[in-house]
Design a binder for this molecule. Structure first.
Ligand code: GLP
Length: 244
């Protein structure tokens, strides 16, 4: 229920209510949620307040509306199998969604100590830093910061438009890099203010923090990535075999 005397704006409370009901399966996938009028009556708020909450959830991809039919719960979270190493672009195409990115930062600079440690580099090594909001069908789903050893694929920052192009495709096709495997860690955490803004998150939305070190066929670490995936839009699956 919502609290009229709370410092949390009413529309945020209504968003949380709808989101929690989706997560709990009370409003199942593809089902119609109660109308604006019903929600406004239920919570004793104006339809404008309900409409603001619903519109933001539509923006975030959790709901969609059909003119004349109502507002529906969008299909499931993006489910990613942890079996093969894929790029964001490949994963989205496999799912039938359109990948794109918003490039927040792209530059060549000396590696930070975090990056030199992860990629086993001498200090001062030049790296390409690429920070992108990754979009699925124009909806932001992750914020990724990749660090690549600049010498292995020089000049790509100036030559390529990473709002549309795939980094792994450029590494493969232009620089002949054979990506072999990656080591990834996952942790749930709170979104930073930058992540909240980039991913259009409410303060309560959980984040899945993923750190990846990617290796080439010669087993050299070539990429270090820090990512924040929207916890409400992503799900990872793994097959675990007993005794192996
Ligand atoms: C995934 C990985 C990142 C990698 C990216 C490349 O999102 N988690 O480590 O940098 O794919 O994606 P793309 O080739 O689409 O630019």
């Amino acid at each position: 229920m919502i609290a009229h005397d709370s410092h949390v704006p009413l529309y945020i409370q209504i968003k949380d209510y709808i989101r929690l009901n989706i997560q709990a399966g009370v409003f199942p996938e593809n089902s119609r949620i109660p109308s604006e009028r019903q929600l406004a009556e239920q919570f004793q708020v104006s339809r404008l307040t309900v409409s603001k909450a619903i519109n933001e959830l539509i923006q975030e991809g959790l709901l969609h509306s059909h003119v004349g039919k109502g507002t529906f719960v969008s299909s499931t979270k993006i489910e990613q199998e942890l079996r093969t190493l894929t790029s964001f672009t490949e994963e989205m195409i496999r799912r039938g969604q359109r990948p794109s990115s918003r490039v927040l930062y792209a530059a060549v600079e000396p590696a930070s100590s975090e990056v030199t440690k992860a990629l086993l580099l001498p200090s001062g090594t030049k790296i390409i830093v690429l920070r992108r909001v990754r979009l699925a069908d124009n909806q932001p789903v992750a914020l990724e910061t990749s660090a690549i050893v600049a010498a292995i694929c020089p000049g790509i920052v100036d030559k390529h438009d990473f709002s549309q192009e795939s980094l792994y495709q450029v590494l493969r096709e232009e620089c002949g890099i054979r990506i072999a495997y990656a080591r990834q860690t996952f942790e749930s955490r709170q979104a930073t203010p930058e992540e909240q803004e980039a991913l259009h998150l409410d303060p309560h939305t959980p984040i899945l923090g993923i750190t990846r070190v990617t290796y080439n066929a010669q087993e050299q670490p070539i990429e270090y990535v820090r990512s924040a995936y929207r916890g409400d839009r992503y799900k990872f699956n793994a097959i675990l075999r007993y005794g192996e």
